[in-house]
Design a protein around this ligand. Sequence first.
Ligand code: GDP
Ligand code: SF4
Ligand code: MG
Length: 407
Amino acid sequence: MKRQTATRGFRLHIGLYGRRNVGKSSLVNALTRQDVAIVSDTPGTTTDPVSKPMELQPIGPVVLIDTAGLDDTGDLGKLRMDRTRAMLDRCELVLLVTTTNAWGSHEEQLLEEMKERRIPVIVVLNQADKELPSDAMTKMLDELGVKWVATSVTGGTGIDDLRLAIIDTATQSRSKTPPLVRDLVPAGETAILVVPIDKEAPVGRIILPQVNAIRDLLDGDSCCLVVKETQLESALANLRKKPALVVTDSQAFAQVSAMVPEDIPMTGFSVLMARHRGDFESQVAGARAIANLQPGDRVLVAESCSHHPVETDDIGRVKLPRWLNEAVGGSLVFDTVQGHDFATDLSPYKLVVHCGGCTMNRQEIQSRLGHCRRAGVPATNYGLAIAFCLGILPRAMAPFESPSVVS
Ligand SMILES: Nc1nc2c(ncn2[C@@H]2O[C@H](COP(=O)(O)OP(=O)(O)O)[C@@H](O)[C@H]2O)c(=O)[nH]1
Ligand code: SF4
Ligand SMILES: [Mg+2]
């Protein structure tokens, strides 16, 4: 269970959207080469979105999300449509499925919605065995700059083209994602990663952002030294050459910042995550907005996974509120949400502080930040908020300020 959620953030989420009965479930089966989705002539057979994980080399793990269709009718239909639409928050790529030459206002609206949400789209013109796409249709899509593929699940044609189009679009959109850490540590140089092993640390392993940082440094041909904060001093003393970067768990920011000489760049895992998965600029601005908070203001603390809070020392419930209250000089009012629930009404809040979101994909974090932006509520993450409260945000941001760094 834990293992599955741990990798979810890295799976490319591909949603199949379109009217009922166009062949979405059939396409899921064809792409996965399995009968995982129920195919039927009866409109509305697929009810709640169904997720099917699969490997799609060279992109790696993906999940295909078969949806109900957004043209559902009746009360039950509305519920399904809400769930189907909510799923869009997680999709990094949408296959907008229609039958050849059946393009209408429904498809146009869907395309518009994806554009607004900045989700890449591939239009799938299915059932091409019945009728080939007309020149007018393909010309219209070409003029809109939309990638399209004609398929026939029954005839088994176009499925490989669709697979290639998915790989191509996903690779392009992922290449726009800023790296996690490797650009901050030149090849051959060393990064020290500080990983406290406290009550919140999971048994027998280290958490995903730390694992991802190690992997990213290996990919960048840099060296990596992983220590607890209690061994940081020895690690620094043992190295013959200064490390290029020290990255710490945000909870040890104060301690680590005091131990690491000023001429060694230092930042936090959450700061790296904000750049890699979030909207760096707006989340840094969100941390700075703590300066405008007044005692009595309401703050939403959002965690993406539903781990059990650690009773006395929980980061989201105890430590972060304490640091924020100290920074504000009085008591703020805190609400906490966990998992996929995210307050639909953000108007009572003066700030949203999100966890690192290691179990969420980039699109989901972007969607949440989008909600905050539209509601006019500043949003930041744990690490950035802690750095601000402790007065070390400028130091934690300094490694990103060199002009060679992509942000
Ligand atoms: N002729 C033809 N029929 C198809 C094709 N793809 C799906 N179908 C049929 O269309 C019907 C609806 O398919 P389904 O996958 O359940 O559509 P969904 O509602 O969009 O998920 C089923 O009877 C399928 O067998 C295709 O490429 N050609
Ligand atoms: S609370 Fe957030 S950052 Fe912490 S483990 Fe869960 S998803 Fe990851
Ligand atoms: Mg279906």
